[in-house]
Design a protein around this ligand. Structure first.
Ligand code: AMP
Length: 421
């Protein structure tokens, strides 16, 4: 026998029962995005490698070790998107979206690809839903972005089990000032830092704040706080965001060590975590990225966004408040006898076109087996079609809930079932 082929490590098959939960979540996302007037964007799954190298940052974990990069026939280096902010910004610039409106509010959903070590909640192909608002520098846009994700959590019924952590990395002036304050603080302890952090001391010292190495973690507890280095403009921006969150009753905690792994952030950064998850507890991360559009060749346009892992959101939803599954089958048609093989598909075709959710047995099994299948699919009704019924133009319609059974003319079946809704 040929050997079975297994799926690639770290990727998932989403099977129909699970896909129903995905669809329910997606319906919530679409509804909320609509309320907040965000339009959907669907950029490609792969881009030129250069986009991520420049857009996400050469020194980030994503670019330095996690990307799926390959060459195509033209020998260009391409990469499966590890995240979508860079792709959305590339698309915004290339399609001149600023000409359509000075503020573009966009959302997306789709798979991302990173070669990370797989574990529960961390996959090599995972799905994100995300939003980007490109064009406004003002704190109300930051507050709306956060409120948008919070509204999704509320609709899903999991907002209370989630913590919003927020911080500001300020503008480039504030960051430069903080960078040297942090370096001054760390310099005497340089040899105690992990190898990665020693490397980052020069390239990106802020990232040392979220190092996982125990020594680094202990050391940075006493480091100067970035909030204390914000210049007046950056501090005012941040204060206003917090005020707006308070006005909207969105609880937050300020986290001085939050810096996030990507290079492009400025001003407000935030992360939502859930204690219903294990080690991989981040369900959403985002922030303002005022320099990225310019760095990718566009105009000097400020922006802010977030991305959330759908698998992780569903793990939280599943643990706390499973989404209502889609409705069960309306009708299962039980077919008894070979003379009915043409009539049965015709009836099903009509009923389905009329909007009923119907199924039947295509294996020509016994009455008992067909009844079992109807039960398995939790059909609300079964319609039994035998030779006698065919002669009279009826089916025996049985209501599974009440066990009532009566003959119903073919053309009256739809109404009989809809009347029962
Ligand atoms: P990031 O783009 O790294 O800021 O991640 C944003 C969100 O995507 C995280 O908060 C997670 O919910 C999710 N996420 C990131 N990486 C993975 C992964 N490897 N597997 C599953 N979800 C992920």
């Amino acid at each position: 026998m040929p050997q079975k082929i297994q799926r690639v490590k770290g990727v998932n098959d989403i099977l129909p029962a699970e896909a129903k939960q995905w669809q329910a979540l997606e319906a919530v996302v679409k509804k909320v995005m609509d309320r907040y007037a965000y339009g959907e964007i669907r950029p490609p799954l792969f881009e030129k490698t250069e986009l991520f190298a420049r857009g996400v940052g050469e020194d980030t974990d994503i670019v330095s070790k996690e990307m799926y990069t390959f060459s195509d026939m033209s020998k260009s280096s391409l990469t499966l998107r590890p995240e979508l902010t860079a792709g959305v910004v590339r698309s915004y610039i290339q399609n001149n979206l600023q000409q359509i409106s000075p503020v573009q509010k966009l959302w997306y959903e789709g798979p991302m690809f990173r070669q990370e070590r797989p574990q529960k909640g961390r996959y090599r192909q995972f799905w994100q839903v995300g939003a980007e608002a490109i064009g406004s520098p003002n704190p109300e846009q930051d507050a709306e972005m956060i409120a948008l994700f919070y509204a999704i959590l509320e609709e899903l019924g999991i907002a209370e089990s989630v913590t919003l952590k927020i911080n500001s990395v300020g503008d480039s002036e504030s960051r430069a000032q903080y960078r040297s304050a942090l370096q001054d603080f760390l310099r005497p302890h340089l040899s105690d830092l992990s190898e990665t952090s020693q490397h980052r001391f020069e390239t990106n010292p802020l990232r040392i704040l979220d190092s996982k190495a125990p020594n680094d973690k202990a050391l940075v507890q006493n480091a100067p706080k970035i909030r204390e280095c914000l210049n007046a403009t950056s501090a005012a921006h941040y204060e206003q965001v917090l005020e707006m969150l308070e006005a909207m009753d969105i609880p937050y905690v300020q986290d001085d060590l939050l810096v996030r792994g990507l290079d492009y952030y400025t001003h407000t950064i935030f992360e939502f975590t859930s204690d219903a998850l294990g080690a991989q507890d981040a369900i959403c991360g985002g922030g303002r990225y005022n320099d990225l559009v310019k760095e990718l060749g566009g105009q000097d346009v400020p922006a802010i966004g977030w991305a959330s892992g759908i698998e992780r959101l569903l793990l939280v939803v599943d643990a706390l408040k499973p989404l209502p599954a889609e409705s069960d089958l309306d009708l299962f048609l039980i077919v008894l006898g070979d003379d009915l093989r043409t009539k049965a598909p015709q009836l099903l075709h009509e009923w389905r076109n009329a909007g009923l959710k119907c199924d039947t047995d295509s294996l020509r099994r016994s009455m008992k087996a067909q009844m079992r299948e109807a039960n398995r699919q939790k059909a609300r009704f079964v319609a039994i079609l035998g030779e006698e019924e065919l002669a009279q133009g009826v089916v025996q319609l049985k209501n599974f809930e009440t066990s009532e059974q009566q003959p119903v003319a073919f053309e009256a079946v739809v109404a009989a079932i809809l009347d029962n809704n």
